[in-house]
Design a protein around this ligand. Structure first.
Ligand code: M6R
Length: 616
């Protein structure tokens, strides 16, 4: 949700900022803007729409300057237009600011500022910050960093900020609470961004700000950080980390879109998520990141899984795997609901938070609730150094590599892989799995990358099915057991990138209402692979055929019963039932992808969405 990038150094800032915005555009793409320090004035350009539109607009403008801030927006308050685009400036034009997050008490702050005669130009919550900081500076006669510290102590909400002031053109002030912010340094240069993508081409050395940190970057000086929660405002020693990211990972690598690249990367992503964690010869699975809390996990009376969107679907798959293998009750919760419903959490609960980005605001809030109640809190995430990774007690990275397409694909299969490894490791230690079952499952896990590759070879066949689905206004996705979350995920992929209305259901549930929707115009995508309830799924398919629904099926190679009843059929390699989602979800990703392409949708940046939902 909104990407911010800033630069201070001796090069021209504009090219660094605009390229940085392109790399962060997946975080929001309603409007974009840039402010450059030119001598003692701030030059600002803003445009509704994508970063390319801002860049074309700026082509004829004066773009020089060695310091600047830039923003790509996902609108929260106020429609996407130039007035609401960031940066926002103080009335006297001396301070410019960019913001990612939400200022929750902005209405009361705004009321106070209006009463003091401040004129607002936008409908955003952000604009209150710039006026508030300027007012504090004037009233208290303090430096910009001190004014920022004071102003932020009056603010409720979340923010990542970068601020320029004409009073000190060689300085950049940054601040963070609840939204991510990194500072990279190299020689006499500073690079600031919402994530590592805009920084990695310049330096690998970064500092992740903590909540409440205010950083002052000055040419020729080391980074200075204080925290607004420290009453004495003592200087903190910045802690440097290495960025685990390469420029190559941020490119499309010959594919038309990031999403297609990421779908095709899944054999590697799944392999990487298992690397060093399975020893087939010794029949051992171990996840280094959770060893310290393993005993707590073994003693857990209950697992609570919290996540959003696709990560929530991975959590649902995990419910089947954990309950079946570890024999401990599992509850899977939407983080956004969990955080507001006064949940009952015990100290012997283990809360597992799943998030690709590690920045999803609701998931992070659920983590805080888990910690507050004394539960053991474990994270599963993809982005190294993300807030989730830092705020949980222990966890496992999925190692899927950067996921840039807004629709999550390889992150899902990598999450399910890690969750399966976790369940296997716990089940073996608890003695809730037989040796043969354990061996069968880890052997099958090892073959998953190859099975996904076989599914990917069917792309052209799936493209033909997409021609049919692309003409339909609705679609139903059905599955049972561990394939029920696969149906949900297939429906989510289709609706979010092709804008076709789609619903996922447990196959048997449709008799309780949704079957009323079935007629000869309704495609029904059924996951009917070999599983305990296969015969039941066959009956469900017959019920749909009887109502003239069109069956598109995903079946196990060699299937005859469902295949015969299907208008289109996708065969996938035989897989252990509990691991089926790792393979069965892939054709549904390809189907959604090709439907979206046929319908001329922007696959990587679907309308109204953003990759990282760092606001409520
Ligand atoms: O980064 P997270 O995994 O926490 O993100 C959760 C959801 O926002 C995300 O999965 C979203 O639903 C995707 N657009 C689905 O493709």
């Amino acid at each position: 949700m909104c990407g911010i990038v800033a630069y201070l150094g001796n090069r021209e800032a504009y090219p660094i900022l605009i390229e940085g915005l392109r790399k962060l555009e997946y975080r929001g793409y309603d409007s974009a803007g840039v402010a450059l320090m030119q001598g003692n004035t701030i030059q600002m350009y803003k445009k509704k729409g994508r970063v390319d539109e801002l860049d074309s607009y700026c082509a004829s403008k004066d773009r020089h300057g060695n310091a600047g801030i830039a923003h790509t927006r996902w609108a929260t308050h106020g429609e996407p237009n130039e007035e609401n685009a960031h940066p926002h400036v103080s009335e006297d034009g001396t301070i410019a600011l960019i913001h990612n997050g939400i200022i929750e008490n902005y209405l009361s702050l705004k009321k106070g500022l209006l009463a003091e005669g401040v004129t607002f130009k936008s409908e955003t919550d952000t604009e209150v910050l710039v006026h508030l900081i300027r007012r504090v500076q004037e009233k208290e006669q303090v430096s910009l960093p001190d004014a920022v510290m004071l102003a932020l102590s009056m603010v409720e909400g979340t923010y990542a900020l970068a601020i320029l002031s004409v009073d000190d053109p060689d300085q950049l002030v940054v601040a963070k609470k609840g939204s991510p912010l990194l500072i990279g340094t190299e020689g006499n240069e500073f690079f600031v961004a919402s994530d590592g993508a805009p920084i990695v081409g310049f330096t690998q050395d970064v500092v992740y700000l903590d909540d409440g940190d205010v950083g002052v970057l000055r040419l020729g000086q080391p980074i200075k950080i204080k925290n607004i929660n420290d009453e004495q405002h003592l200087l903190k020693r910045p802690s440097f980390h290495k960025l685990e990211l390469t420029l190559e990972q941020l490119e499309k690598g010959g594919f038309d879109t990031f999403m297609l690249k990421e779908i095709f990367e899944q054999p590697k992503a799944v392999r990487d998520s298992m690397r060093g964690r399975i020893n087939l010869k010794k029949d051992v699975v171990s996840l280094g990141g959770i060893i310290e809390y393993e005993q707590k996990m073994l003693n857990a009376k209950r697992f609570i899984i919290v996540a959003c969107g696709t990560s929530w679907h991975a959590g649902l798959v995990a419910e089947y795997i954990f309950e079946s293998l570890v024999r401990v009750p599992v509850e899977v919760e939407y983080a956004s609901e969990f955080r507001y419903r006064n949940p009952i959490i015990h100290e012997d609960d283990v809360l597992i938070a799943i998030s690709q980005s590690g920045e999803t605001a609701d998931t992070l809030a659920a983590v805080e609730i888990g910690k507050k109640h004394g539960a053991t809190v474990i994270g599963i995430c993809n982005v190294v150094g993300s807030t989730l990774a830092r705020e949980t007690m222990a966890g496992s990275y999925t190692h899927a590599g950067p996921e840039i397409g807004v629709a999550s694909t390889k992150a899902f299969t990598a999450q399910v892989t890690v969750l399966a490894l976790m369940a296997l490791s716990l089940a073996k230690k608890k003695g809730t799995i037989s040796k043969s079952e354990y061996h069968k499952l880890i052997s099958d896990l090892e073959t998953i990358p190859e099975k996904i590759s076989q599914v990917l070879e069917q792309e052209q066949h799936i493209q033909r099915i997409a021609q049919y689905v692309a003409t339909r206004p609705n679609a139903l996705f059905l599955g049972r057991g561990v394939n029920y979350p696969v149906a949900l995920e297939g429906a989510l992929k289709l609706k979010e990138i092709s804008y076709i209305h789609a619903e996922g259901y447990p196959a048997a549930e449709i008799k309780h209402g949704p079957i009323a929707l079935v007629d000869n115009t309704m495609p029904v995508i059924v996951i009917a692979t070999e599983q305990e309830t296969y015969d039941k799924v066959v009956s469900n398919v017959q019920e749909i055929i009887a109502r003239k629904g069109t069956i598109i099926s995903v079946v196990t190679e060699g299937d005859t019963a469902v295949k015969k009843m299907s208008k289109f059929c996708i065969e996938i390699p035989k897989t252990e039932e509990l691991l089926t989602p790792l393979v069965a979800s892939v054709p549904l990703q390809l189907l959604a992808y090709h439907v979206a392409v046929i319908r001329d949708c922007d696959v990587d940046k679907p309308r109204n969405l953003a990759k990282s939902v760092s606001v409520e």
